[in-house]
Design a protein around this ligand. Structure first.
Ligand SMILES: Cc1cc2nc3c(=O)[nH]c(=O)nc-3n(C[C@H](O)[C@H](O)[C@H](O)COP(=O)(O)O)c2cc1C
Length: 296
């Protein structure tokens, strides 16, 4: 990524270099003269975060791939702290949805918020797949239940259990055995009896967040992006719920990979179901972290 400083506009204040995580713009002092220039040694380390452009008081910086008019000037937003706190305290995971399609304009607004989620490396490599087609959701459901049924059988086999433990580690095996599968046995039973669909929860739409397999912190990027979607959806009166049951099978089952068009070099690390909430929550839920401590 090339960063270009317009020396005509630049006042060599040095703010760009100070905000840059890798101090790529450097301000050199020679007597009374100051000059901000791009460090030749570190130019290649640019993370494309855009902070230098966004912070420059004189609008003197250009970066490759982005026109200046893509950077909008900032108007102060007066969100009161109590409002934000209430907004966060009132957010709930919504697991039951009305049988009503979410218009694409609404989904697009949610995605507008996802674009601006932070990423660990500054690179924008997270991808999303939106499924709002009833037939595709139905097909995905069938494949997911088949896959979990197969996993249940595998886990009942001691040799296969050992293999999973060796490949995925003890914690993963215990999570599957003690957390995922006990609920899943019921989910499968209810689905096969035509009672309910607890994996996908009959949502009218879902969003899957994927990242290149070799991207550092790609999984975390997907979770953060998903939470942007969750918050924006809430403002638009769309309920959402994180779904941890869908992503692993998207990566493992070729038919699901094909259905969602997931390329070989990517994995799905987060998923949210969304739709108009069937019920309204009437009160907040008391929540406390396990630990809060200051180190003096
Ligand atoms: C990373 C993450 C994964 C989650 N996975 C699931 C899931 O697979 N299925 C589900 O029903 N809820 C899932 N949830 C929702 C939590 O169960 C929910 O946040 C928790 O019960 C607290 O409820 P609240 O979101 O209404 O505050 C997940 C939440 C997070 C943050």
């Amino acid at each position: 990524m090339q960063v270009i400083i317009d020396q005509y506009l630049c006042q060599a204040c040095g703010i760009c270099g100070d905000v840059c995580p890798r101090h790529i713009p450097e301000t050199l002092v020679n007597g009374n003269k100051k000059l901000t220039a791009i460090s030749k040694n570190r130019a290649e380390l640019c993370m494309e975060c855009g902070h230098c452009v966004a912070v420059c008081p004189n609008n003197a910086i250009n970066i490759e791939n982005h026109k200046k008019d893509e950077f909008f000037s900032i108007d102060r937003i007066d969100i009161k702290e109590d409002q934000l706190l209430s907004f966060l305290q009132q957010r709930r995971s919504v697991r039951r949805y009305k049988n009503r399609k979410v218009p694409r304009e609404i989904i697009d607004r949610i995605i507008d918020a996802v674009h601006s989620s932070p990423t660990g490396t500054g690179r924008m490599l997270t991808g999303i797949t939106i499924i709002d087609n009833f037939e595709k959701i139905k097909k995905l459901s069938e494949l997911l239940y088949d896959a979990y049924e197969k996993l249940g059988k595998t886990l009942r086999n001691p040799v296969a259990r050992l293999m999973i433990r060796k490949k995925k580690g003890k914690n993963k095996l215990l999570t599957l055995q003690n957390f995922v599968m006990p609920g899943m046995e019921w989910y499968i039973k209810w689905y096969r009896e035509g009672k309910s669909n607890e994996i996908i929860r009959d949502c009218p739409a879902l969003i899957l967040f994927n990242s290149p397999i070799n991207e550092p912190v790609g999984a975390e990027n997907c979770l953060v992006a998903a939470f942007h979607a969750v918050l924006m959806a809430r403002v638009l009166n769309i309920g959402t719920c994180f779904n941890d049951l869908i992503p692993p099978m998207c990566n493992r089952v070729q038919e699901i990979r094909d259905l969602i068009g997931l390329s070989e070099d990517r994995e799905v690390y987060a998923g949210i179901t969304l739709g108009y909430p069937k019920y309204n929550f009437k009160r907040t839920i008391p929540r406390k972290l396990a630990e809060v401590k200051y180190l003096d």
